[in-house]
Write a new protein. Structure first.
Length: 328
């Protein structure tokens, strides 16, 4: 029994040596694989997200899909006609970062409901500001003990010159959206932005000096490119009625809201109302919360835009139908 065990062990050692020699020969003859030889697949989350949205809507809502173009680049728009005989205008909706034009929170409920209240809606695709794994930028402290953020807040003049990521691209898309609504026969336009979309809408209205229209900001959010204070200073330049609809969840939300209200109070043109509402009780993304949101936005638009005559003429009354009893 001992002899068999010893023989078996020697056989195993011999096979291991032969296998090792073969591995050396293979590794020496095979070309070395470098990192550059491995193909890199770059993820495109926005393209994937938009393609999935188009596929979902193509079955029953293909008539809503619009392909717009700005600066030689195509982008998605979702258009819904006003569902009444007395349309009042068109609302252009800007979704938040890493969203899409039918985002289930805020954008989709308003896009689908406002057409019942005489407003067409056009939600457009907004490019992502950056990847989800983009590192957070932290303000660096200087030798004097002040931070970069403190210096930007102290310099209010720089607030109007700072830009959002992709700002020129988004502005061109808003211009293309306005042109589409005019082609479809809507002369009056209002703007609504959600979170970072609200930042774009605010910057657009301030930079273009927009008048005789309306602006709705839903839970506005700034970015690392602009501090909250810098973004709020754009409200000082607004010349159109504005609804600031926010949710006071944290101290940061409350501070940002105070900064926006302070900028609104400094406006030279106080005839255009600025209405700020802490809508935290309405921050329910369910049928009840969506109904309250729609009522707030619709009521604001109705009171602060040019309303065409919505009184329908009474039908002619055929008195002869009642002169004789149908029983005679």
């Amino acid at each position: 029994m001992k002899k068999i065990t010893l023989t078996t062990c020697l056989l195993i050692l011999t096979l291991q040596n032969v296998w090792a020699e073969g591995e050396k020969e293979t590794s020496s003859t095979a070309p070395a694989v470098t990192q550059s030889d491995v193909p890199r697949v770059m993820p495109t989350p926005q393209q994937t997200r938009i393609a999935g949205l188009i596929e979902r809507l193509s079955t029953n809502h293909a008539h809503e899909i619009e392909t717009l173009e700005a600066d030689g680049e195509s982008f998605l728009g979702l258009f819904r006609e006003a569902e009444t005989a007395d349309p009042q205008g068109c609302l252009i909706l800007l979704h938040g970062d890493h969203g899409h034009p039918d985002w289930p929170q805020v954008v989709s409920p308003l896009r689908e409901t406002l057409p019942r209240h005489s407003w067409c809606t056009l939600a457009i695709e907004i490019p992502d500001m950056g990847g989800r794994a983009t590192p957070v930028q932290v303000a660096q402290t200087t030798s004097e003990g002040t931070s970069d953020t403190d210096e930007s807040i102290a310099n209010a003049d720089a607030s109007t010159s700072a830009e959002l990521p992709n700002e020129a691209q988004v502005f061109a898309r808003i211009d293309a959206a306005i042109a589409l609504t005019q082609e479809k026969g809507y002369n009056q336009v209002a703007y609504l932005g959600y979170r970072s979309g609200a930042a774009y809408a605010l910057r657009y209205a301030a930079e273009r000096g927009t008048t005789s229209q309306a602006l709705v900001l839903i839970e506005p959010r700034s970015t690392t490119a602009l501090s909250d204070f810098q973004l709020a200073q754009n409200i000082d330049r607004l010349r159109l009625p504005t609804l600031d609809y926010y949710f006071d969840r944290t101290n940061v939300d409350a501070r940002f809201a105070r900064q926006r209200l302070a900028a609104a109070n400094k406006r030279g043109n106080q005839r255009a109302p600025y209405i700020q509402i802490d809508a935290l009780p309405d921050a329910r993304f369910d049928p009840t919360g969506n109904k309250r949101l729609t009522q707030r936005v619709w009521g604001f638009l109705k009171q602060n835009t040019l309303q065409s005559n919505q009184r329908k003429t009474l039908p002619e009354f055929e008195k002869s139908l009642f002169y004789e009893s149908p029983l005679d």
